[in-house]
Design a protein around this ligand. Structure first.
Ligand code: ADP
Length: 143
């Protein structure tokens, strides 16, 4: 049913990426689907970039890549999931990438219920509203 499963992860959201990848594995195994794990690094504005020491951008990208690999490895998906690192605005980049890859399922997580009454955070809300494919939202529970 789902052949291309896009899993945009907020790498800094504690245990949530692991839960997303568990759900992704479940769907992928059911139908020989492909999993793409995506992290969108918010772009550093031009004015700030010029104030940073040279090489900062490359080292931030390289750290993010390592962290992405570690998360995918601990989910037991090394070699079977594609890893993608993009820069830009998370919701826009996720929507564009879903179109580009013809993803038929996007797996995300809801907002942290400890800090708001809203079910969805802004990234998840924009993707759910505008995606041209199915979306699966993992409900975060109160601690
Ligand atoms: P919150 O404000 O609670 O973090 P968000 O809507 O920003 O809510 O995040 C919910 C989901 O959106 C995450 O679980 C993840 O799937 C996706 N997401 C958020 N930020 C990013 C990002 N930088 N890269 C990829 N996915 C992201």
């Amino acid at each position: 049913m789902f052949k291309t499963i896009l899993v945009p992860i907020d790498m800094y959201a504690e245990s949530i990426p692991a839960q997303q990848l568990t759900v992704a594995k479940h769907f992928a195994e059911a139908d020989s689907g492909k999993i793409i794990v995506l992290y969108v690094m918010p772009a550093i504005p031009g004015y700030a970039q010029s104030a940073l020491p040279s090489g900062t951008h490359e080292s931030v990208l390289s750290e993010a890549k390592k962290k992405l690999e570690a998360i995918v490895q601990s989910a037991g998906l090394t070699g079977s999931a594609e890893l993608v690192l993009l820069e830009g605005k998370p919701a826009r980049a996720i929507l564009d990438y879903a179109e580009e890859t013809e993803a038929d399922l996007i797996i995300m997580a809801s907002h942290d219920p400890n800090i708001t009454d809203y079910l969805l955070g802004s990234t998840a809300a924009r993707v759910v509203h505008h995606a041209h494919c199915s979306t699966f939202i993992i409900r975060k529970l109160k601690d």
